[in-house]
Design a protein around this ligand. Structure first.
Ligand code: GUN
Ligand code: FE
Length: 423
């Protein structure tokens, strides 16, 4: 099957620049990009379907490095800071995922909305139930989204309804991973929820499995001041929060650490040296009054920073929105600290959500930008009618896309060349 696609393409590059291809044609053959051309005679090309997106913007499918499937229904509802918010709103909601129909309906809703925002790859938490995690994989697989999903591990400091038995949950990990890891586009992710929810026995086991099986690991790190204080009490013999994960061999280039707000210089250096991935979640950091992560400083220092929506700490599944929030918070931080105007720019956050995240997930041979031979994961957006797209300069196109706040929903989304969403 050959598809011909026309429009204005934004192509992110590894050096944080963005190429603009105005009125280009991409020929997709069996899901992969076969040709990228500006001037073609349509009648000289063989294709089965033609999509003319006119002056709409076509970007590589967006990559969300951190979000929570079961929390979608709590967007905007909960309040308070992290630990109270988890106890008062999130744990009760996640507990409902023990019921099969609720889990199926909520998970379907989540994926429908995720795709509608142009996200084609996501790293996610399920609820802590084996059944709900398997439901998440089934629905993810059907959706075609490149899905990295983990069962959050919680064998202490957890309400009875969600508390896991250490031995049983290790068995569950293998049972889920045997069925789903590397099946189609799914990957199983080891997910100690955060240090406070895990016994040392569990962390030890998870570290061993991470080394032996090579799974990605995801967790939360240094998100909230009270959380950090509690971790220091709970692991009083370990020097800092980052070292808790390091002690159990959980810090590698396959580790995604969400938040990373309250880190000292030693911890930052450790994360750099271990080549870990940081999921910056600025919307959630605002909503839960967690704090401000120094994203630009981390990037300048050589850390691998990507973006995560962290729903329902974050209140939107849109990665364009997350990028805009990252830019805005970076400005507030620089003015508060009386620093220069070295802030996150629209081009930077666009690259973080596409080509950079693909590099971190080691899938940049397949996706992340538009190149011949890569798979066609893409999202099509329409700018507000106040812009006449063809009159905008290249840099203005990227900015208007990121700040296109009144219209965050895609017009069309493709995964592996398949049209998976159309409005
Ligand atoms: N830390 C532990 N669990 C969670 C969660 O569900 N969301 C956020 N934002 N932080 C957490
Ligand atoms: Fe989170």
């Amino acid at each position: 099957m050959r598809k011909l696609i026309k429009g204005i393409f934004l192509n992110p590059k590894a050096d944080y620049s963005v190429e603009v291809w105005n009125n280009y044609y991409l020929l997709i053959n069996n899901g992969k990009i076969e040709k990228i051309e500006k001037n073609i005679e349509i009648n000289e090309i063989q294709f089965d379907v033609y999509y003319d997106f006119e002056d709409k913007i076509i970007i590589p499918g967006l990559i969300d490095l951190h979000t929570h499937i079961p929390q979608f229904r709590a967007v905007g509802i909960g309040k308070g800071e992290l630990l109270e918010w988890l106890n008062d709103y999130i744990f009760p909601l996640e507990a409902k995922f023990s019921e099969k129909n609720f889990a199926v309906n909520s998970t379907e809703l989540f994926f429908k909305h995720l795709i509608s925002k142009g996200t084609t790859t996501a790293v996610m938490y399920s609820s802590p139930h084996k059944q709900a995690c398997e439901i998440a994989f089934e629905i993810a697989d059907e959706s075609l989204v490149r899905s990295y999903i983990g069962l959050p591990l919680m064998d202490r400091n957890t309400p009875e309804t969600l508390l896991q038995n250490t031995e049983q949950v290790i068995k569950d990990i293998f049972s889920i991973a045997n069925k789903w890891h590397k099946k189609n586009k799914c990957e199983f992710v080891l997910t100690p929820r955060f240090a406070l929810s895990c016994t040392e026995e569990l962390l030890q086991k998870v570290g061993e499995i991470a080394v032996s099986e090579g799974f990605f690991v995801q967790t939360h790190l240094a998100e909230n001041k009270k959380e950090v204080y509690e971790v220091n009490l709970q692991f009083s013999e370990i020097e800092n929060y980052t070292s808790v994960y390091d002690k159990y061999n959980l810090l590698t280039s396959r580790t995604i650490l969400a938040h990373c707000i309250y880190l000292n210089d030693e911890e930052i250096e450790k994360i750099r040296a271990k080549n870990c991935i940081i999921a910056h979640c600025p919307t959630s950091n605002k909503f839960l009054r967690s704090g401000i992560m120094k994203a630009k400083e981390y990037i300048n220092y050589g850390l691998k920073v990507g973006l995560g929506t962290d729903v329902a700490g974050g209140y939107s599944l849109s990665m364009l929105n997350e990028g805009m929030e990252a830019c805005e918070i970076s400005k507030l931080l620089s003015v508060q600290n009386n620093e220069s105007n070295d802030v996150l720019e629209a081009e930077t956050v666009f690259c973080l959500s596409t080509i950079k995240a693909a590099e971190y997930l080691k899938i940049s041979e397949d996706v992340g930008n538009f190149e011949i031979g890569k798979k066609f994961d893409a999202a099509v957006f329409e700018l507000s009618e106040m812009y006449r797209t063809n009159e905008l300069k290249d840099t203005e196109l990227v900015r208007t896309l990121i700040y296109n706040i009144d219209n965050r929903t895609a017009k069309a989304v493709f995964i592996d060349g398949n049209l998976v969403y159309q409005q």
